[in-house]
Design a protein around this ligand. Sequence first.
Ligand SMILES: Nc1nc2c(c(=O)[nH]1)N[C@@H](CN(C=O)c1ccc(C(=O)N[C@@H](CCC(=O)O)C(=O)O)cc1)CN2
Length: 291
Amino acid sequence: MTAIRLDGVATAAVIKDELKTRVDALRECGIRPGLATLLVGSDPASVSYVTGKHRDSAEIGVESIKVELPESASMADVEAAIADLNSAPEVTGYIVQLPLPTGLDEHRTLELMDPAKDADGLHPFNLGKLVLGVDGEIDTPLPCTPNGVIELLRRYEVPIAGKHVTVIGRGLTVGRPLGLLLTRKGIDATVTLTHSRTPDIAAEVRRADIVVAAVGVPGLVKADWVKPGAAVVDVGIARVGTTESGRAKLAGDVAPEVWDTAGWVSPVPGGVGLLTRAMLLENVVSAAERL
Ligand SMILES: Nc1nc2c(c(=O)[nH]1)N[C@@H](CN(C=O)c1ccc(C(=O)N[C@@H](CCC(=O)O)C(=O)O)cc1)CN2
């Protein structure tokens, strides 16, 4: 048996088409959504992700603004850049690409953002709305990767309600908010959130109907960890060398053999990463619609 591929490229393309229609409608009302990115330093993975975000923006007609600071930037430099982004009228939404170089305070940075322009859903106000929003719709931006995981599962009609989801990794951008989103009324999953101090992660994965791996350890999730027919969403992404054409070779957290056991698998590359970018644009367009 080979698992169904949860295709991030195809799914993101459909979502971007839907968003383009909304951007065109905004334009007719004189509103031009604008996404800015703040990149500090030149970590190759971050540079690649930010480049992808600008490419996607251009595809759907969202203006994009790049702000770059050197690796040596101080917290005062970052604070000044955030103040500029908060007041720039052409920026309707923005993100600070994470992680920041060592020595810069990520939490302080997120706190300084205007929550109405927070395109990542990571400002404490927006995370707080997610915590409070157990029932019904949330009218604030949702964290992009967790929202992308759910959107990918939903579009492939993978059953979620009443199912057991094991998440590996408790980080700010994936594990923690994903647990909150999956347990909301209307989604109704039961979630086990595992991390580096969980005694037996394999056992927690074995009882899951859906597994989400977000640690960045290539091949961590083995075939004999996975219940036959389960959905396995690979969020981990590590750079493990260079391809013949000189591009970075990427590997996910899920071992290749898992494709023979699982019912659905999302690949790396070509899976959730593309949905992360699509959900970022969803936040930007929704914020512009609220103007
Ligand atoms: N401000 C944020 N920083 C980070 C977030 C986030 O949601 N907001 N999440 C991750 C990384 N991430 C978003 O920026 C991200 C990860 C992966 C991709 C992506 O396009 N992946 C492609 C491969 C791209 C490549 O060749 O490198 C794929 O999987 O096919 C986009 C964004 C940490 N930081």
